[in-house]
Design a protein around this ligand. Structure first.
Ligand SMILES: NC(=O)c1ccc[n+]([C@@H]2O[C@H](COP(=O)([O-])OP(=O)(O)OC[C@H]3O[C@@H](n4cnc5c(N)ncnc54)[C@H](OP(=O)(O)O)[C@@H]3O)[C@@H](O)[C@H]2O)c1
Length: 265
């Protein structure tokens, strides 16, 4: 299904994006690697090339629309088509919204919302030609607004809404839109989180929290792209929380209220 298809995964120099790019390359796709760091893109491209995969790197910031248009031009001039776009790049964000700086709020919004919408709209005409797929990355933190992670929950809920609207807007063009809600996932050592001051700090390895492996997460997304199912969860816990909130929203909100101090630690 992915053989010779051109797939761009934003934010694919580490974590879920990189593992997904690797799996798509294993399935025969030509993968386009992206992140803001030219050095990380170069390193990832070299790694993929050494494994014999067809890969192309484009470094730049997906929250900048001019960059997204330029990225589109580069892919089209190299390969002449775009089949799959995974809007994966995002910033993890911590801290109470009441204490957050305007800088942190703007950066979270730009990266996680603009940075997902801009690539999708810049590449939409080419995806229409191939009747391709766009997959947005939300999170289980986007099911309900979590205390202590307000901007992350807010941006991930927004992405869910964008996917819901866009799926019907482009239905008649034959473009598939999906949204994935990963559970807590195994982190790379280099994973960073933004603080209330808009600064980045490296996240410590998650201890005591059950995480889903990168492999399983990438496999779930591949399955979703194959089956063209709108929604994808990477764990039973994610599916359960989503459905629990749909049917018993007050109960879930009460549970979050009771556990608020744990979230805000
Ligand atoms: N990890 C989890 O537990 C988890 C759970 C649920 C949902 N998710 C979602 O899954 C996705 C991937 O998460 P992850 O943990 O694998 O991420 P990650 O390890 O933090 O990696 C993020 C990637 O995005 C790139 N990036 C960040 N801002 C960018 C920008 N403006 N333009 C282009 N590239 C940018 C980063 O590279 P540069 O810094 O070089 O730009 C990096 O390659 C995200 O959407 C996240 O919200 C993750």
């Amino acid at each position: 299904m992915f053989k010779d298809k051109v797939a761009i995964i934003t934010g694919s120099t580490q974590g879920i994006g990189k593992r997904l790019a690797l799996k798509l390359a294993e399935h025969g796709a030509v993968v386009v690697i992206n992140s803001r760091s030219a050095e990380k893109v170069e390193k990832t491209v070299a790694e993929f090339t050494s494994k014999g995969y067809r890969v192309f790197g484009i470094s730049g910031d997906v929250s900048d629309y001019a960059f997204c248009e330029d990225m589109r031009k580069q892919i089209i001039s190299h390969y002449g088509r775009i089949d799959v776009l995974v809007c994966n790049a995002a910033l993890a964000v911590e801290g109470s919204i009441a204490d957050s700086s305007a800088k942190a709020i703007e950066l979270a919004t730009r990266t996680n919302i603009h940075g997902s919408i801009y690539p999708a709209i810049a590449l939409m005409d080419d995806l229409t030609v191939t009747k391709g797929s766009v997959l947005f990355m939300s999170s289980i933190a986007g099911i309900v607004g979590l205390p202590g992670y307000a901007m992350y929950s807010c941006t991930k809920k927004a992405i869910f809404a964008v996917a819901e609207s866009m799926k019907n807007e482009v239905l008649d063009r034959g473009v598939f839109i999906g949204v994935c809600l990963p559970d807590f996932t195994e982190n790379e050592d280099s994973k960073q989180i933004m603080t209330i001051n808009g600064e980045l700090k490296t996240i410590e390895k998650r201890n005591g929290i059950k995480t889903v492996s990168l492999d399983r997460t990438a496999r779930c997304i591949i399955r979703q792209l194959k089956s063209k199912r709108f929604l994808c969860f990477t764990s039973l816990r994610g599916r359960f929380l989503y459905n629990f909130y749909r049917f018993f929203p007050r109960l879930l909100l009460l549970a979050v209220k009771i556990k608020r101090k744990q979230f805000m630690k």
